[in-house]
Design a binder for this molecule. Structure first.
Ligand code: NAP
Length: 263
């Protein structure tokens, strides 16, 4: 019975992971959510092989307690950690770096760093001993292609700074784990899901403006850019890649297809 932990499983891509993985009755899926009260979509799946567990990834004690719950059910093992939870920070995405001139704006860096970088540390450390006892020792960080310096340079993306800094920090944690756990059978892989319609969408006019700017930059780079892919396609491709990679991929940063084609 392969076991999977998915963080941030209440909605979006994390929920789609829980949905596709639990469709196979052989899998045991632990859906970690920030708030059980707003996780009706997971409950609605009504699958006997899904366990819903509450954990805000910024709260180290809560993530450790979630790992203990998983351990009690699996007998101390876990095969795959998919750390997906993240703060997308749509408002902080609007500014270029030189516009972060007061503390309220700088707060975007603190908030995204706490969730996206420290959250990744909390998740990895809390589940390490279970992964050690598991069959595949895979720790997957759902990163973002926008954390690629080459993509930013090529498309001239000067915005989305706190999110990109936090995702780059999380990627760094993952390749540092890969070094620490080298030759111990682990795969620490950072993976972009692609540019995905995850159902949240940009909120107000300002946020939509941010998305329009980003897409305009991407279109200059990729003239035949077709826009967002579906969650179904993204997660299907990610699971195919997760299934086929092994320790030779540890420390790498790849797209959902396992390469560096981010779009
Ligand atoms: N969509 C894209 O195009 C895209 C592109 C590149 C990378 N990504 C990455 O893919 C992953 C999923 O993105 P998405 O588009 O599905 O985002 P989303 O729709 O905004 O979902 C984010 C999920 O993370 C959870 N979360 C946020 N902060 C949390 C915390 N402190 N503790 C626990 N859970 C928390 C949210 O829980 P609540 O429901 O409680 O808010 C939600 O379930 C993220 O890592 C994102 O950076 C997405």
């Amino acid at each position: 019975m392969p076991s999977y932990v998915v963080t941030g499983a209440a909605r979006g891509i994390g929920h789609e992971f829980a949905k596709q993985l639990s469709a196979n009755a052989n899998n045991t899926v632990f859906a970690l959510v920030r708030n059980k009260a707003t996780s009706q979509k997971v409950e609605a799946l009504a699958r006997p092989n899904i366990y819903l567990i509450e954990a805000d990834v910024t709260n180290y004690a809560a993530v450790k307690a979630a790992a203990k719950e998983v351990s009690d059910i699996t007998g101390g093992t876990l095969d795959v950690l998919i750390h997906n939870a993240a703060d997308i920070d749509p408002e902080g995405a609007l500014f270029v770096l030189s516009e972060y001139t007061d503390d309220s704006q700088v707060e975007h860096f603190t908030k995204t760093f706490q969730t996206n970088a420290l959250g990744a540390l909390h998740a990895a450390n809390s589940f390490l001993s279970l992964l050690s006892a598991g069959a595949t020792r895979k720790a997957i960080l759902i990163s973002s292609g926008i954390a690629s310096q080459q993509l930013n340079e090529a498309a001239g993306i000067a915005t989305h700074v706190p999110y990109i800094v936090s995702k780059t920090a999380a990627n760094t944690l993952w390749w540092k784990y890969a070094i620490e756990f080298k030759d111990r059978g682990f795969t620490f892989l950072a993976m972009s899901p692609g540019y995905v319609d995850s159902g949240s969408g940009p909120g107000d006019e300002k946020e939509q403006e941010g998305v329009r700017k980003l897409e305009a930059a991407i279109k200059c780079l990729v003239p035949n850019f077709k826009g967002k892919i579906t969650m179904e396609e993204s997660v299907r491709d990610q699971l195919e890649t997760i299934g086929r990679v092994g320790p030779e991929y540890s420390g790498k940063f790849v797209s959902q297809r396992g390469n560096q084609e981010w779009l």
